[in-house]
Design a protein around this ligand. Structure first.
Ligand code: THU
Length: 160
């Protein structure tokens, strides 16, 4: 028996301009995406933008519904749109912003567990790491791969 320690590395930024220019661009796309959020119930507006391996950017935002579970998070809206419209193209980076009343919060918008699981599946499908950028106006985080935000990922290989 032994105790095992898990180390996770990520980068923290205190402003958008500290980021790699391509990441800055993707965050700006996520901010644009947030404007199309439909969240009359929670009033929490989330935008997501995905860069595909060929440079195409796909946007998504949270879409709520009076029948609450029928709504969907911004990240899954974007990922499903990406794979529905550009099947087989790796999603190499995903940026997320969120805030109440269409504001961009000053702290990072962290994805829910269900979205992390969907990210994991698309990353496994493409075989290429998907970096995740969680943006906040005063603090942002970048993780180089989904494994870093969902350790011990369940994928179909676990079933074999
Ligand atoms: N939401 C997202 O779109 N992404 C997240 O990462 C967290 C939560 C949405 C779901 C719901 O429409 C609203 O934010 C409040 O939970």
């Amino acid at each position: 028996m032994k105790t095992v320690k898990l180390d996770i590395n990520y980068t923290e930024y205190s402003s958008l301009t500290e980021m790699d220019p391509k990441d800055q661009e993707l965050v700006k796309e996520a901010i644009k995406a947030q404007k199309n959020s439909y969240a009359p119930y929670s009033k929490f507006n989330v935008g997501a933008a995905i860069r595909l391996e060929d440079g195409t950017v796909v946007r998504g935002s949270n879409q709520e519904n009076a029948a609450y579970p029928s709504g969907l998070c911004a990240e899954r809206t974007a990922m499903f749109a990406a794979n529905a419209n550009y099947p087989g193209k790796a999603m190499v980076s995903l940026a997320i912003v969120g805030g109440f009343g269409y504001d961009v919060a000053d702290t990072p918008c962290t994805p829910c567990g269900a979205c992390r699981q969907v990210m994991a599946e698309y990353q496994t499908l493409s075989g290429k790491p998907m970096s995740i950028i969680m943006f906040g106006t005063k603090k942002s985080w970048k993780f180089d791969k989904v494994d870093d935000i969902l350790p011990f990922i369940f994928d179909s290989f676990n079933e074999k």
